[in-house]
Design a protein around this ligand. Structure first.
Ligand SMILES: Cc1cc2nc3c(=O)[nH]c(=O)nc-3n(C[C@H](O)[C@H](O)[C@H](O)COP(=O)(O)OP(=O)(O)OC[C@H]3O[C@@H](n4cnc5c(N)ncnc54)[C@H](O)[C@@H]3O)c2cc1C
Length: 357
């Protein structure tokens, strides 16, 4: 059996972010790390976006950054335009992220990559696990989506403003919106996004949804699909257990904000926390999202489950003339005044009722 000081199970976003953070701060100069990752090669498979509310290691992997975003309600022509110069909305190309990190890690002879865990002694190592375990998958809510990155022959997109949520689409008793990241006037990622249980196949004719959205909203343009991405983010915590020599990270470690699916920056915060405490990690408090967000997100999802038709309006109100507070709240950086400004915008009776359910 081969022995390592640290083993990272899953070399995806959380596993690689942690390995990079440790290596960058010389924590692997005299420690051996094994990364277990079954994929054979790294290619772009995700587009990670977030409001930049704190610094991170991946500015050089940005695809684009925007200072404006909008929301559109069903049937509405004018949209709400929000400014976010203070916290720009950034998008990271996972292909660049994987390349930057794997190139960096390969230079350290103390870091080893394996496809399987067989043959490694995990009992004497500190294990960081990023493989989530799920129970009762069908009864929970998921954010599931599919996106096309397209290039068009004519100018189609407002490249200054992202469409964060365009609710002007069929809802089918769930929550549905389109999300557009315009990389230029002729290139954008267009995603159809649902929040629903994951067992309704009638919501998953994604290709049809995107094609008709493009046709109806951009005057039936000629276009080419240059990249496709599909995924599902659990809006519930996985059932991974915490053990003495094992720390769950990433989705498995509860780093997803359940009201939004945003995970990337929480993964970066968690990696920094582990790096700063690595020598005493078993004796420090486990890193978790603050319980105030967990409680508020649970209430929010209860409301969503029971009143999906009310949600476009609720999202619209959260951001309306309140964007900086809303961004801080959704990115776990809000203070009490920010929290109150969000809570006061909620329809009181619906939220009070959902507290008792
Ligand atoms: C398509 C997509 C887009 C997303 N976009 C955003 C976004 O814009 N903003 C945001 O904040 N969050 C986003 N998320 C949510 C979240 O940031 C990502 O899911 C992120 O990749 C989570 O990191 P992770 O390391 O937990 O999981 P992953 O990145 O999925 O890494 C897990 C790794 O474990 C490996 N693995 C699987 N099984 C095993 C096994 N048995 N043994 C060892 N390894 C195994 C997998 O190959 C994978 O590499 C998105 C999620 C998806 C799916």
């Amino acid at each position: 059996m081969r022995e390592f000081d640290y083993i990272i199970i899953g070399g995806g976003c959380a596993g690689l972010s942690l390995a990079y953070e440790l290596n960058l701060h010389n924590k692997l100069d005299d420690k051996k790390l094994a990364i277990i990752e079954p994929r054979i090669e790294y290619v772009r498979d995700k587009t990670w976006s977030f409001w930049k509310v704190c610094s991170h290691n991946f500015e050089d992997c940005l695809k684009k950054s925007w200072n404006q975003f909008n929301l559109r309600l069903e049937g509405a022509v004018p949209t709400q335009v929000n400014q976010c110069q203070k916290y720009p909305y950034q998008t990271i190309d996972s292909g660049l992220f994987y390349k930057k990190i794997t190139d960096n890690l390969k230079k350290n002879k103390n870091i080893y990559f394996f496809n399987k865990i067989d043959g490694l002694n995990i009992k004497n190592s500190l294990v960081f696990n990023s493989v989530p375990e799920f129970q009762n998958q069908d009864t929970h809510l998921w954010q599931h989506f599919c996106g096309y990155e397209i290039t068009t022959k004519k100018d189609c997109f407002n490249d200054k403003t992202i469409a964060l949520m365009d609710f002007n689409c069929e809802q089918k008793n769930n929550l549905h919106f389109f999300y557009i990241l315009p990389f230029s006037k002729r290139k954008a990622l267009i995603e159809t996004t649902w929040i629903s249980k994951n067992n309704d196949s009638s919501l998953k004719d994604y290709d049809l949804q995107i094609k008709s959205y493009i046709k109806d909203n951009f005057f039936n343009p000629e276009y080419e699909i240059i990249y496709k991405e599909e995924g599902a983010i659990p809006l519930f915590y996985p059932s991974n257990s915490n053990e003495n020599n094992k720390i769950n990270i990433g989705t498995a470690g509860g780093m997803t904000r359940l009201s939004t699916g945003y995970t990337f920056l929480n993964i970066q915060d968690h990696s920094k926390y582990i790096r700063m405490n690595i020598d005493k990690i078993k004796n420090v408090k486990r890193f978790e999202l603050s319980s105030k967000y967990k409680i508020l997100d649970k209430i929010f999802l209860n409301v969503l489950r029971k009143n999906p038709e009310k949600m476009p309006d609720i999202f619209y109100k959260i951001f309306n003339r309140n964007e900086l507070k809303a961004i801080k709240f959704l990115s776990n950086k809000s203070n009490l005044i920010d929290d109150l400004s969000i809570i006061l915008k909620m329809p009181k009776w619906i939220f009070i009722k959902s507290l008792f359910n």
